[in-house]
Design a protein around this ligand. Sequence first.
Ligand code: ADP
Length: 264
Amino acid sequence: MDDIRFEDVSLTFPNGTRALSGVSLTVRRGEFVSLVGPSGCGKSTLLRLAAGFERPTSGAVRTGGEALGYVFQDATLLPWRTVLRNVELPGQLSGAGPAERRERAMDAIRRVGLDGFEKHRPAQLSGGMRMRVSIARALTLQPKLFLFDEPFGALDEMTRERLNEEVGALFVSDPFAGLFVTHSVPESVFMSTRVVVLSGRPGRIVADIEVPFGYPRPPELRYSPEFAAVAARVSEALRSVEHEQGAESEHENPGTADDEEAAA
Ligand code: ADP
């Protein structure tokens, strides 16, 4: 069964911004698909469609209705709550009993390597640790479809690479269908079974690149010629759409871009 399927999806917002055009994409459990493309090409919109927060103007978005995990660029933690109480939140909202939600939260905290930090508050943690809390909170829902909206973009490179490896380990231990938005080509290749490259707005798929490495992936993989070859294909596809976008923007109505920014 497909965990998420976009069928010829187009989306135009009420203000006239055409975000996506004719996107068809299927992600099954055990697949980890990164989305890369120029800023504003509709990557986050695709995740919101997958989560059911938006509806397509035409086409269809089908999911099996499985448990959903959603991690954002900002860890979005409640600053007055401890790590444990933050991670317990989804259980609390879904009405799980105290013992069950505690057990699920403790298990998730262990899986992201934060045992011992249960009583800390977000302000006492580094950016990478806050992101681990955010991932742990999503893990308590045992997601079968896991959406990541550029979660590591604000972290330093070392932390980001470590988190890439950790999310890879989570994926191996309990495979989900992953959709991961990133601006980093190496990150997209390191994480994924496939990298999907979108054109400038309205986003359409211009390349769907298979990543032929098994998991777990050792950190040294990033320095291998095979890795560089896949990253080069992704970069090349990205460069072609950025070039195209540059050419298009010369003909754009200058009022439109401003309106869209104001609405964003
Ligand atoms: P990306 O994640 O690729 O940077 P987004 O999916 O966030 O892009 O946005 C795609 C385009 O749609 C952008 O131009 C953005 O300004 C616009 N947009 C996003 N949400 C809305 C909205 N609710 N109304 C109007 N325009 C929007």
